[in-house]
Design a protein around this ligand. Structure first.
Ligand SMILES: Cc1cc2nc3c(=O)[nH]c(=O)nc-3n(C[C@H](O)[C@H](O)[C@H](O)COP(=O)(O)OP(=O)(O)OC[C@H]3O[C@@H](n4cnc5c(N)ncnc54)[C@H](O)[C@@H]3O)c2cc1C
Length: 434
């Protein structure tokens, strides 16, 4: 379902409707209707409602920036791509101007010079790390790691944001209703995919649908949701603990205790996700060695409002599961085992769900905002409105790290938009036609 006014046509980023869905997806949409919500286009004008997840796909195949942008540009004489290279340093001259980058490739250190500028796009974790190992960041922190300070920029690595979500609010369903993940790759489905680009292999069962509830915080417009709900027609235990448990990062002993009785059962999971969290984390160095991973501290739930919002979200998840569309038609039953670690709280109270939140909240892999775009009056400002670093010259940042605050939708398309805008700005700034 696509609102034509809000969707472009013929652009490089292909968005398609799902080609396959489990029997639970229509039930999820009906559950929304029962709760008084409309079925909406998630990329349309209305922000509250229930929806089928849009896919970044083309002709039933996964699409993305590689297909949409890079492959189209491979013939250009001014494009040279080096894969499996690790940038270890941005090189600055004595005027704090970036003159190139150093990188490691096939065991050799190489240097590439920039005639005009360096565009930094290593993501919200990699970009601040690279700046810090190159001498641009909070001076005290750099000095701790014996890195000569080129520019003291306190905002580098600050302001880390993400959309935390809870994966574990799980319902079992009757036989025939759920998706048997182990059956997805059976020969019939593989054949259907290869021949027709149809069937379950065209679809990430991970998130089949989404919902956004009315904002009840009292702080914002009720139609500007602070919670998104990820509807998955699979559960952490539907593959008998073979694979999903590790993808989600559950400890095995915890997984066995909490989900062990349900191994192999079919069901669904609804994950509440904060769209505008208030907690802020950091990216810091553990070493001046650019090849050692940095320290990522998401600092989730450090703001008490985030826990309260999650508790509201959990109650809405339970309400969705309790609609007749799911409870009666599919015999949905919430997995109400007392969560290990929350034994001291009485089951079902707000304190219990707060504890549940603290045990179960995790990343949705949307890190951003660690090189904040802001006016120079902001002590954490790193880049200006044309994505140029303020404290040094010759570096433009083009990735999720420049967002001042996390966008409330998922990040992939907004980051691509940042790239599109950057391309226009760069051409303007260097007097190149579009
Ligand atoms: C598992 C997962 C699932 C996601 N699902 C969704 C989704 O369903 N919908 C959605 O909208 N968004 C989703 N996202 C989020 C989305 O993919 C990211 O927000 C987006 O890709 C961020 O773009 P970026 O350019 O800022 O960083 P990235 O895409 O991370 O690009 C940064 C690149 O820089 C490279 N790099 C880093 N350091 C160096 C270095 N020193 N030298 C050389 N290269 C370096 C990295 O390898 C990476 O290729 C998901 C993310 C993950 C991880």
């Amino acid at each position: 379902m696509q609102d034509t006014e809000y969707h472009g046509r013929g652009g490089p980023l292909s968005v398609e409707d799902k080609r396959w869905w489990s029997p639970l997806l229509p039930a999820f949409l009906n559950a929304g209707r029962e709760l008084g919500y409309k079925v909406i286009d998630p990329n349309g004008p209305e922000q509250t409602g229930f929806s089928v997840a849009d896919m970044t796909q083309h002709g039933g195949e996964r699409s993305g920036v590689s297909e949409g942008y890079l492959k189209r540009a491979t013939q250009r004489p001014n494009l040279h791509v080096v894969s499996k290279a690790h940038v270890t340093k941005i090189i600055f001259d004595k005027n704090k101007r970036a003159t190139g980058v150093r990188f490691l490739h096939r065991g050799k250190i190489r240097t590439v010079s920039a005639r005009r500028e360096v565009v930094l796009s290593a993501g919200a974790v990699g970009s601040p790390q690279l700046l810090m190992v190159s001498g641009v960041g909070p001076a005290e922190h750099l000095t701790q790691h014996n890195i000569p300070v080129i520019a003291d920029v306190p905002g580098v690595g600050e302001n880390l944001q993400d959309h935390p979500s809870i994966f574990g609010l799980t319902f079992t369903v009757k036989q025939g209703s759920g998706t048997d993940i182990l059956q997805l790759a059976n020969p019939v489905n593989v054949k259907d995919y290869i021949r027709n680009r149809r069937g379950p292999l065209t679809s990430p069962t991970a998130v089949e649908g989404n919902a956004w509830s009315v904002n009840e915080s009292g702080e914002d417009d009720p139609q500007w949701p602070d919670l998104q709900y990820l509807f998955m027609s699979g559960t952490p235990f539907s593959d008998w603990g073979i694979y999903i448990v590790d993808v989600l990062g559950f400890r095995r002993d915890f997984f066995n205790e909490y989900f062990g009785s349900l191994l192999g059962s079919l069901g669904f999971n609804i994950g509440p996700m904060l769209t505008r969290p208030k907690s802020r984390g950091t990216i810091r160095l553990q070493s001046s060695d650019p090849q050692r991973p940095p320290l990522i501290d998401p600092n989730f739930l450090s703001h008490p409002d985030d826990v309260k919002t999650f508790v509201r979200g959990i109650k809405f998840v339970l309400a969705i599961g309790n609609t007749s569309s799911l409870r009666v038609d599919h015999e949905a039953k919430f997995h109400d085992k007392h969560l290990p670690g929350c034994e001291r709280e009485r089951y079902g109270t707000d304190d219990y769900w707060s504890c549940y939140t603290r045990q179960m909240a995790q990343t949705t892999y949307h890190p951003c905002c660690t090189l904040k775009m802001a006016p120079s009056s902001d002590p954490l400002a790193v880049v200006d409105h044309r994505l140029r670093m303020r404290a040094v010259s010759g570096v433009r940042v083009v990735d999720a790290s420049i967002m001042p605050d996390i966008v409330s939708g998922n990040l992939n398309a907004p980051v691509i938009m940042v790239g599109e805008k950057a391309a226009d700005i760069i051409k303007e700034d260097w007097g190149q036609g579009s």
